[in-house]
Design a protein around this ligand. Structure first.
Ligand code: UDP
Length: 326
């Protein structure tokens, strides 16, 4: 299949683009390089700002036919979205509209998030029938984009799969390719950077949450598992499958403290830590019920062991302490 991948120089986007290419697909990437890294993807790449409707239309006119579109390009920091909500609405919703207008009918695989659910009603893993009640602008922009795609599908103007990622983590096991954000906000890379001495220490955002050890619980899903799910979603749509939103997670939760322990076990060093205040916009508990993705896409996480996952992240960060600049 010839596949258009937006945000293909980012962390999940480039991992997926490389996976698709390995599977024999032709991949064309769009990225504005605001967050992504040119070095993360060495195939066809168009530098384009998806907020610019004319630029997207012009690209669509000359780009040729695609069998599917995977839209990763977005901003994805909960804390930043609370501080800069308008920036998030423009970055995360407007490009979806422009892509739908420029590529009528094209099967659309959308990077969504468990942040669309908001604060879960109880301690059960989250399933897709729950109402979407995002508690931060990031989750709200993604929920709105899902709604846009749903309306398009209902009007028979193109099918979609929205993939609600839980916490993407991990890297290629050989350490050749991984996560590089500047600044880095995510827990696993920050804990590793604290061990490496690249951060003065790790602040744990709240130790008084209503969870077993008082720190937030998340479902860490290996980025390589996410990559496989995107291919499965395109195959599903290519076979005329229904439009649907699906969780991508392992079904297992890990607390911030458990992640810190995993980084200590893998690195053999202590993570310098201090307790800090809660981070605005954080729900306490986000764990997936991943059953629907298995039923509909035949997909399930294969690399769900937390220690093994952290090991792959450690391999990447120890070989690339400065990310793609290393
Ligand atoms: N977290 C933390 N300290 C950090 C970064 C993150 O305690 O320096 C916590 C954060 O509050 C959340 C969890 O780790 O409960 C995962 O955060 P991350 O930013 O990695 O992903 P998110 O869940 O926001 O998508």
């Amino acid at each position: 299949m010839r596949i258009l991948v937006t945000g293909g120089c980012g962390y999940i986007g480039s991992t997926t683009a490389r996976h698709l290419r390995r599977q024999g697909h032709e991949v064309v990437v769009i990225d504005d390089l605001s967050e992504g890294h040119q070095a993360a993807w060495d195939g066809a790449m168009h530098q384009l700002d998806l907020r610019d409707a004319d630029a997207v239309q012009a690209f669509a006119l000359k780009a040729g036919e695609f069998g599917g579109l995977i839209h990763f390009a977005a901003r994805a920091y909960v804390g930043e979205s609370v501080e800069q909500p308008l920036r998030y609405w423009r970055a995360n919703l407007v490009p979806v509209l422009h892509l739908c207008e420029a590529f009528p009918g094209l099967p659309f695989v959308f990077s969504s998030t468990c942040a669309t659910y908001g604060e879960p009603p109880n301690e059960d893993p989250l399933h897709e029938q729950l109402p979407l009640r995002p508690v931060n602008p990031y989750g709200a922009t993604k929920a709105a984009a899902e709604r846009l795609l749903q309306d398009r599908a209902v009007a028979s103007q193109g099918s979609y799969v929205a993939l609600r990622y839980f916490n993407a983590a991990g890297a290629e096991p050989d350490g050749s390719h991984g996560e590089a954000h500047d600044p880095e906000n995510h827990l696993i890379p920050r804990a590793i950077q604290a061990v490496q001495g690249l951060l003065p220490g790790l602040t744990i955002f709240g130790n008084d949450w209503p969870t077993p050890d008082g720190t937030c619980v998340r479902d860490y899903i290996h980025v390589r598992d996410l990559a496989r799910a995107h291919e499965a979603a395109l195959v599903h749509l290519g076979q005329g499958g229904e439009s649907v939103a699906l969780n991508l997670g392992t079904g297992q939760g890990a607390s911030v403290k458990e992640v810190v322990q995993a980084v200590e076990a893998v690195s053999g060093q202590t993570v310098p830590c201090e307790d800090g205040p809660r981070r605005p916009g954080d729900p306490s508990y986000l764990v997936a019920n991943p059953r629907a993705a298995k039923e509909i896409l035949g997909w399930e996480a294969q690399e769900s062991d937390l220690l093994a996952l952290v090991q792959t992240a450690w391999n990447w960060h120890s070989q690339h302490p400065q990310g793609y600049r290393s």
